[in-house]
Design a binder for this molecule. Structure first.
Ligand SMILES: Nc1ncnc2c1ncn2[C@@H]1O[C@H](COP(=O)(O)OP(=O)(O)O)[C@@H](O)[C@H]1O
Ligand SMILES: [Mg+2]
Length: 253
């Protein structure tokens, strides 16, 4: 059965896009059929796969508000088994149009439900608005990237509350499907690492064993518009995202 993963955190710059691209690619390399949904008007996941906004006629907003058939919007990527539902800056306006509409939160779910993929990975924008609620509604696994820095846990309670609210109004069980991924991890910063882990309190139980280390190659891969596995397979970033892929797959069993 298809599994849908929402990569969410209302903070920007915590590694949502990096994780979405590289988990989606990691799963595709394991032979799984994967759809990456770019649900951020900034289209960073789309660009990160080397696809230029404007080079395709339709994007995710056409599916959400213009009732365009999703199969006509999905693009194949250069990576075998990995397809993309691209984004465009027009998605920003679409979110405003969508917000007062009826059944607004189930639009994405309805569109992806009939599709035959093993995994759908949704890269969310850094807000808890209608688009992110669509991702929460559609998903059965929530991945929260958490940057290892002083303010990384500000707003964390709001995020968990939003997740609870959305998930309690649907028939999907919550909590056990939430996992927190520590990103930009630097093992040398023992004091601040310990501080952040303490602040996490009970949420520590939700941590992935895998941590994504701070790795410049991940940054460069973003600029080169390639997944880390293609850009620098020997990097610690590739190693960590492979480990995440394997850990995620074992959780799905
Ligand atoms: N583990 C990491 N090590 C180094 N740089 C990273 C790492 N993860 C992400 N980055 C960089 O941090 C920036 C923000 O990451 P991104 O995935 O775009 O975050 P978000 O989607 O949450 O806004 C990007 O420039 C990205 O290349
Ligand atoms: Mg992003």
């Amino acid at each position: 059965m298809k599994k849908t993963i929402a990569v969410i955190n209302q903070k920007g710059g915590v590694g949502k896009t990096t994780t979405s691209i590289n988990l989606a690619c990691g799963l595709a390399l394991e032979g799984k059929k994967v759809l990456l949904v770019d649900l951020d008007p900034q289209a960073h996941s789309t660009i990160g796969l080397g696809i230029r906004p404007g080079s395709y006629p339709h994007a995710v907003h056409d599916v959400l508000i213009n009732k365009k058939n999703i199969r006509e919007v999905i693009l194949a990527t250069e990576i075998q088994n990995l397809d993309l539902l691209p984004s465009h800056i027009r998605l920003d306006r679409a979110e405003q149009v969508l917000t007062p509409e009826m059944f607004k939160e189930s639009r994405l779910d309805k569109a992806i439900r009939p599709l035959e993929y093993d995994f759908v990975v949704i890269d969310c924008r850094p807000t808890l608005g209608t688009l992110t609620v669509n991702a929460l509604y559609a998903c059965d696994f929530i991945l929260v990237p958490c940057e290892m820095s002083r303010y990384s846990l500000d707003g964390f309670a709001d995020l968990m509350e939003t997740i609870d609210t959305v998930k309690n109004t649907t028939d999907v069980p919550n909590r056990e499907v939430i996992r927190i991924l520590l990103t930009k991890y630097d093992a040398r910063k023992t004091v601040s690492n310990e501080w952040i882990l303490e602040q996490l309190g009970d949420y520590r139980n939700l941590l992935f064993d895998t941590k994504i280390r701070q790795n410049e190659a991940l940054n460069q891969a973003h600029m080169a518009e390639e997944p880390i596995f293609m850009f620098k397979p020997s990097s610690s970033g590739a190693e960590d995202y492979l480990s995440l892929t394997k850990e995620f797959l074992s959780l799905c069993q």
